[in-house]
Design a binder for this molecule. Structure first.
Ligand SMILES: *Cc1c(COP(=O)(O)O)cnc(C)c1O
Length: 354
């Protein structure tokens, strides 16, 4: 019998509030710069796949391990199929990792601030989460490995979100060597950054790198992510994933988009050019900006009141992301949109602080 005051949920689930994704407002004529989506369309090769795809094929299950797609990803990264696991978005990869490495006795560790999904995944799994404060400039504390000691998995976004900075690679190398546990380096924004940690994933037995097609490839709606690691680690994670975690259409779209290297370079370069222009203009108005290696800017207005700037942009139909809190509340996170969108942001910003 189920009465209103009895919950059969696990206590950990009943007590949690759940991860809140950035809003996807239904109204049009909004400038939407709150979830780091790409302002440009995906590769035209994706349209081609959609044109040629026959619905009748959906009668069959997709490739369970996404082998064709994994071969494409492996070739691009100069590794083998056995080093790759594909995910239904990189959030799926993160879920698989937390389920693989964390439980009540095997805590998760992650910096603070970082991607707010990480602690939510630990909560779902019934694993403690140790949040390690970044320095005031959002750099890594020197003793991070010591502070994370005892955790079994360390989740590290590099470039970090929502701050946008790129922790120096030497520090990551030292950290991975010093930490007794798995380190998952979340490279969701790596295509906008100067370097990556793929070599660590291949050379260190305790390192996993994850990537996504949601940002640089403009495929957030398709849900594609992947992880690279040594084959033993990938084989273990394969046991944890849903049997058919990527649908058939997504596998084909992803393979086509990955192979269009020229298109990726072109859209990334456009976004980088817009980012540089907007960062310079905001700086001239007196904004403090964290150096960005991503497709967004973490920027603090001249009066240090991120909440007020967020509200004023909103009143002007521009949606950005605001993270309340002692440190993050001084900033807003602005995704880099099209040049026209960013011109509108700058016009409103000049009105507010001019
Ligand atoms: C956007 C983002 C992801 C999620 O990517 P999906 O592939 O869309 O699930 C993962 N990590 C970070 C840090 C992100 O910002």
């Amino acid at each position: 019998m189920k009465t209103d005051d009895i919950s059969y949920f696990r206590p950990a689930i009943a007590a949690m509030s759940g991860y809140t994704p950035g809003e996807q407002p239904k109204v049009s004529n909004l400038i939407k710069l709150n979830t780091n989506e790409n302002p440009y369309p995906p590769s035209p090769q994706v349209d081609e796949v959609l044109r040629q795809f026959a619905a009748g094929k959906l009668r069959l299950y997709p490739e369970p391990m996404a082998d064709t797609l994994r071969d494409v990803i492996a070739a691009l990264n100069g590794v083998s199929r056995e080093n790759i696991i594909a995910g239904n978005g990189s959030d799926d990869i993160l879920t698989i990792a937390v389920r693989s490495f964390c439980d009540a006795e095997r805590p998760l560790a992650c910096p603070d601030p970082t991607y707010s999904l990480y602690p939510a995944l630990a909560e779902i799994q019934g694993a403690p989460c140790r949040r390690i404060a970044l320095n005031d400039d959002f750099s890594l504390p020197e003793d991070l490995a010591a502070q994370a000691a005892g955790a079994n998995l360390l989740l590290l976004a590099r470039p970090n979100a929502p701050t946008g900075n790129l922790f120096p690679k030497e520090e990551i190398v030292r950290l991975c060597a010093a930490f007794d546990g798995m380190v998952l380096i979340d490279e969701a924004y790596v295509d906008f950054a100067a370097d990556n940690c793929l070599d660590l994933a291949m050379n260190c037995p305790n390192v996993i790198v994850s990537r996504t097609m949601s940002k640089s490839y403009a495929l957030a709606g398709a849900r594609v992510g992947y992880a690279v690691s040594q084959s033993e680690t990938i084989a273990g994670m394969m046991k944890v994933k849903d049997s058919y975690n990527l649908n058939m259409l997504t596998q084909r779209i992803a393979a086509a988009a990955f192979q269009d290297r020229a298109y990726l370079r072109q859209t990334v370069n456009r976004i980088l050019a817009t980012r540089a222009r907007v960062a310079a203009e905001l700086s001239r108005i007196g904004f403090a900006i964290i150096p960005s290696s991503t497709n967004f800017l973490f920027a603090s207005p001249p009066d240090g009141d991120g909440g007020r700037y967020f509200e004023l942009l909103r009143q002007n139909h521009i949606i950005v992301r605001y993270f309340p809190g002692a440190r993050t509340g001084r900033y807003v996170r602005i995704s880099i949109g099209s040049d026209a969108d960013m011109d509108r942001v700058m016009a409103v910003t000049h009105q507010i602080y001019g």
